[in-house]
Structure formats: C-alpha cells, structure tokens
Design a protein around this ligand. Structure first.
Ligand code: PRP
Ligand code: MN
Ligand code: MG
Length: 186
C-alpha cells in the first residue's frame, strides 16, 4: 500500500468484480438502446474507463467539468460548469458516471441542469456512496459500494489532486490531511 494510506478499503480485485457486475446490469437494462455516458471530471475518469469496457451496448462519451464557487463554499450547493458537454443531449439516454456521491450537491445541480435539456432519460452510476454526509438527496441507480465516513483516495479520487492513479481505494492517513473526516477538498 502507498505509505500515506492507513488501510486499503477496496482492493483492485473487489473493484474489478463490482465494475464488471455494474457493466453487465447496465447492458441488460438498456438492451436495444444506446447510451451517452457523461463523466464528471476529473474523479470519475478511472472508473468510467473501466466501466465502459464492461458495457456491451452502443456507448458514447461526453464529459463535464464542474467547480464550486469560492474556496469553502462547496456546501453552498452553487456549482459552476467549467467545461460543458460538447453536444446536445436531447432525446438521448444519459448515464451520469461519478466516482463518489458525498454531500450530493454536485450531482443535484448537474442532474437538474441536464434534465432541463430534454434527454430521453437520465440515470446515475456511482462507484462509491457515502450516505452519512448527504445534504441533498440523490437517487443512485447503479451503486458500486456504500462506504463509511472515511477520507478515501485512489482509483480517480484525490486529495489535493494526488493519489488518483492508485489502482485501489485506500483510507488516507489522518496525518496527511490533518484530521477531520471529509472528502471535499475544493
Ligand atoms: C468530488 C467527487 C465528486 C464530488 C462529490 O469531486 O469526485 O464529483 O466531489 O462530492 P459531493 O457529493 O459533496 O458534491 P471534486 O469536486 O473533488 O473534483 P474532482 O472530481 O476533480 O476531484
Ligand atoms: Mn468529482
Ligand atoms: Mg476531488
């Protein structure tokens, strides 16, 4: 394990198995349809890359990058789109892919925003759900793992942009982030 980790929460093998199951379920549920996978940069990209290779129906990609206003205002729920989708989503089946749902503020904003653009449907696939920190309710259609309130990094998840490339998900040692259990760093 990386020396900054306290404990491995999810191994590469556990993640791989669950990603395969999610891909299979999505392929079944959308049989005879095509989907547009919308990835939320940057955290979702590792999960997205593995997930789409387990989906067997026609799959297109697009990406959004979002940021909250100001420094400590993530809890305000105000989200700014830094990079919007490249194309219209009107009439399309949208699958939003996220690495983690924490407060739910990012996802709440985005699903409202995307809904207003007239898609045929919108569903959400999140690798991790941390329900103990939820502020806004979020309906996760496809969830990989429900996790406790620990600061996790790896497999796309960062602390100050570090650790995203770890192939597993580990609990970050409190001496690295100075205590206080949370994942929101922006
Ligand atoms: C993290 C994570 C989710 C979001 C979840 O992204 O990747 O997108 O926060 O938090 P929420 O449910 O409280 O809104 P972050 O803003 O850190 O950007 P990143 O994906 O580039 O790391
Ligand atoms: Mn993110
Ligand atoms: Mg982050």
């Amino acid at each position: 394990m990386h020396p900054d980790g306290e404990k491995i929460l999810l191994t590469e093998e556990q993640i791989k198995l669950q990603v395969t199951k999610l891909g299979r379920q999505i392929s079944q549920d959308y049989a005879n349809k095509e989907i547009l996978v919308v990835g939320i940069l940057k955290g979702a990209m590792v999960f997205l890359a593995d997930l789409v290779r387990k989906i067997t129906i026609p799959t297109y990609f697009d990406f959004v990058a979002v940021s909250s206003y100001g420094s400590s205002t993530k809890s305000s729920g105000v989200v700014r789109i830094l990079k919007d989708l490249d194309r219209s989503i009107q009439g399309r089946h949208i699958l939003i892919v996220e690495d983690i749902i924490d407060s739910g503020l990012t996802l709440n904003y985005l699903s409202d925003n995307l809904s207003s653009r007239g898609p045929a449907s919108i569903k959400l696939c999140a690798l991790l759900d941390k329900p103990s920190r939820r502020i806004e309710p979020v309906n996760i259609d496809y969830c990989g793992f429900t996790i406790p309130d620990e600061f996790v990094v790896g497999y796309g998840l960062d602390y100050n942009e570090r650790y995203r490339n770890l192939p597993y998900i580990m609990i970050l040692s409190p001496k690295i982030y100075g205590g206080g259990k949370q994942n929101v760093t922006a």
